[in-house]
Design a protein around this ligand. Structure first.
Ligand code: GLU
Ligand code: MG
Length: 438
């Protein structure tokens, strides 16, 4: 049998799904400049299949323009197709960015941060997921036995990540049922979101070749612990590359610039959860005592804070400044990494623009604190359903310019429709839908 390799150009869309078109690998050179045709209404395809009411209907033509630097190719030997895709930007026919493209949105925010404040963003996505190739057993959390039972998945995953140019930091059996976690090294700008997409797709690709699957669903069952996506980030001076997050003299080491950035994120957190926790079942995860994030609080080494100041394993000042960074915990893999990172950074940029004062660290668990203390720290419970989060996102107006009104209204229409689809189902049935879709 004669075989010809096919490569796909994809976008990680409003539903966080990789969709695109394939063509013979021999056409790659030409396609890298020309791109491939795309349709506006594709953006309204929900993760579950049905299409949300589209402002474009059957009209319009766009072009998906690949970014060669995002190309991923992993060889799976003679018996399997290679995994080969390139991530693209959705553009108008004339090549200008399409306002609704998630990757274009992240690029806009990154550019604004650099232009207005001379800063670049370094970030890394930490993923928890379910590996379905193992049976559920009691006493499996962090266990060597859980690691062993996934057999060659982890090794093959590491091999594939390496081939794709991604540095694995750690792989571990996590606390939840069949739950594992992967962490990778940081990247600058749009690259860390490209990496996040690649990590998810490569995990799926490896599992498929092994005859099983992984799921990045936010929560396997209503009673389980969730699969978080924790977004680690820090700010660098764009000119020198030096970190600007740490000030030894400031409370908890939080510099004024990073403090303004974090303050913006905390203030906008209830609104941006609609984007960072993008499914109905995301809100089963974002509840207290689940080690996720249920409030817009800043924690110091606290694994239930909305934003956490991460631990530093160093004593020398310069080393501390290099390691010192933050983690946004109210995210999961139902959000496109471009929208998730873009939303977090847009909120941070708002904080910088307003020069907000550095927020105080919350001591203790918000669910156990007196209301007057919560009020003093401006801590609120995050939305408790997708509908509530979408209401907050819609009502929020100070980030609308950065999102762009077209992206904002398309996202709202898409997610309102999805929310309605899900509302006919029980929480357990919704979990099952998302397990299959992600
Ligand atoms: N599984 C938790 C979550 O839903 C995170 C546990 C951890 O801190 O790694 O975010
Ligand atoms: Mg974890």
């Amino acid at each position: 049998m004669r075989r010809e390799e096919i490569v796909m150009i994809c976008t990680c869309d409003l539903a966080g799904q990789m969709r695109g078109k394939g063509f013979p690998v021999s056409d790659l050179e030409e396609r890298l400049t020309r791109g491939i045709g795309w349709t506006p209404t594709n953006s309204m395809i929900t993760a579950h299949g049905p299409i949300a009411p589209s402002p474009w209907g059957p009209f319009g033509d766009l072009v998906l323009k690949p970014d060669p630097e995002s190309r991923i190719r992993v060889d799976f030997g003679e018996d399997h197709a290679a995994e080969h895709f390139v991530i693209g930007d959705i553009c108008h026919i004339d090549g200008t960015p399409w306002e609704v493209c998630p990757r274009g949105f992240l690029k806009r925010v990154l550019e604004a941060i650099e232009k207005r404040h001379g800063l670049k963003v370094k970030s890394a996505f930490e993923h928890e997921f379910v590996f379905e190739g193992v049976e559920e057993r009691p006493n499996a959390s962090y266990a060597l036995d859980s690691f062993r039972r996934q057999d060659i998945f982890a090794e093959s995953f590491l091999g594939a990540l390496k081939e794709a140019g991604i540095t694995l930091d750690t792989f571990m059996p996590e606390y939840g049922p069949k739950q594992y976690e992967v962490t990778v090294g940081p990247a600058t700008g749009v690259r860390s979101a490209d990496q996040a997409v690649a990590i998810r797709e490569i995990a799926r690709a490896v599992a498929t070749r092994l005859g099983t699957r992984v799921s990045f669903t936010p929560i396997l069952r209503p009673d389980a612990v969730g699969n978080g996506v924790h977004v680690h980030f820090s700010l660098q001076d764009a000119a020198t590359g030096m970190p600007v997050n740490y000030n030894a003299q400031a409370p908890h080491g939080l510099s004024a610039r990073a403090g303004a950035f974090i303050a913006g994120i905390l203030q906008k957190l209830p609104a941006i959860t609609a984007v960072t926790a993008a499914s109905s079942v995301s809100y089963l995860r974002l509840t207290p005592n689940r080690w996720s994030a249920a409030y817009n609080n800043l924690g110091f080494r606290d694994r239930e804070a909305g934003v956490r100041i991460c631990p530093v394993f160093a004593t020398a000042e310069e080393q501390i400044a290099r390691q010192y960074h933050f983690e946004y915990r109210a995210a999961d893999a139902t959000g496109s990494p471009y929208l998730v990172l873009g939303a977090i950074l847009a909120a941070g940029l708002y904080g910088l623009d307003q020069d907000l004062p550095a927020p105080p660290v919350c001591q203790g668990a918000p669910q156990n604190m007196a209301q007057e203390d919560l009020d003093r720290l401006a801590i609120v419970r995050l939305p408790q359903s997708l509908g509530e989060a979408l209401d907050a996102f819609e009502a929020e107006e100070e980030l609308t310019d950065l999102f762009g009104p077209e992206l904002k209204s398309a996202y709202l229409a898409h997610k309102r429709f999805e929310e309605k689809l899900m509302s006919a189902l029980s929480p357990a049935e919704q979990c099952e839908k998302y397990r299959l879709a992600y």
